[in-house]
Design a protein around this ligand. Structure first.
Ligand code: ADP
Ligand code: 5GP
Length: 223
């Protein structure tokens, strides 16, 4: 089956971009929706590759013109949105489309496209998340402590939405998380074997795997 919409959400720094790149390498035919954002490019990001970087007046004009499938203000000050045209383009081509969007945007898409396959990615512990956020900002030459704190506290809020997703993945070991996400994609396409279907089922949010429960408990422990 082609034309499946996958919604991926994760607290910033969970490793979602890394995981998505790995899964796109493992599974052919997954188109990635390039969002619009008013935030500035980070590190080596390029306009039209990671995001369409735009200014606020342009973004607000696009909202007024009804050009977004969903949009949200993330971290208080920047707009992020998915253009309706991304979905139309993928559907016209019969391609599966992957949306990397925050929980607010995900809720909007789940309402509009109830058959979408939603996946929440979480880091194994808040300590690991903090380390990844710090490593990334050092690698990019920016050390914004306030921004890191904001993202850590936002992570706790976002985790409260996890049960609304169909699947949850703990991104501890990259290879394991990538195999799980690959299995979910193949299961949704009815292309996988029995092992893939079993692996996908263990990631269902209704299953409460030991790994998921441990990750959730570690975030609650420091509340
Ligand atoms: P996100 O897209 O969720 O904001 P990134 O993919 O940019 O996160 O990852 C944040 C940082 O964590 C990066 O430095 C990345 O290399 C690292 N990272 C991602 N996944 C893993 C993993 N499974 N194990 C260790 N480090 C990881
Ligand atoms: P970052 O600034 O780290 O690239 O992304 C910050 C957050 O914005 C992430 O949670 C990411 O999933 C989310 N995001 C990226 N694109 C979109 C989008 O088009 N819509 C919404 N709602 N969120 C997005």
């Amino acid at each position: 089956m082609a034309g499946i919409l996958f919604i991926i959400s994760a607290p910033s720094g969970s490793g979602k971009s890394t995981l998505v790149s790995e899964v796109r390498r493992l599974v052919p035919g997954l188109e990635f929706s390039i969002s619009y954002t008013t935030r500035a490019p980070r590190g080596s990001e390029e306009d039209g590759r990671e995001y369409h970087f735009t200014d606020k007046p342009t973004f607000e004009r696009m909202i007024a013109n009804g050009e977004f499938l969903e949009y949200a203000t993330v971290f208080g000050n920047h707009y992020y949105g998915t253009a309706v045209s991304a979905l139309e383009h993928a559907r016209a081509q019969g391609h599966d489309l992957l949306l990397d969007i925050d929980v607010q945007g995900a809720l909007q898409v789940m309402k509009k496209v109830p058959e979408a396959v939603s996946i929440f990615i979480l880091p194994p512990t808040p300590e690991v998340l903090e380390k990844r956020l710090r490593n990334r900002s050092q690698a990019e030459g920016v050390a914004d402590e306030a921004e890191i704190e904001k993202r850590l506290s936002q992570a706790r809020t976002e985790l409260q939405q996890l049960q609304g997703y169909k699947y949850a993945l703990v991104n501890d070991l990259l290879d394991q998380a990538a195999s799980e996400m690959r299995a979910i994609v193949l299961a949704a396409r009815n292309e996988g074997n029995v092992e893939d279907a079993t692996l996908a089922a263990t990631c269902s949010t209704s299953q409460h795997s030991a790994r998921l429960d441990a990750a959730l408990a570690s975030f609650r422990a420091v509340d």
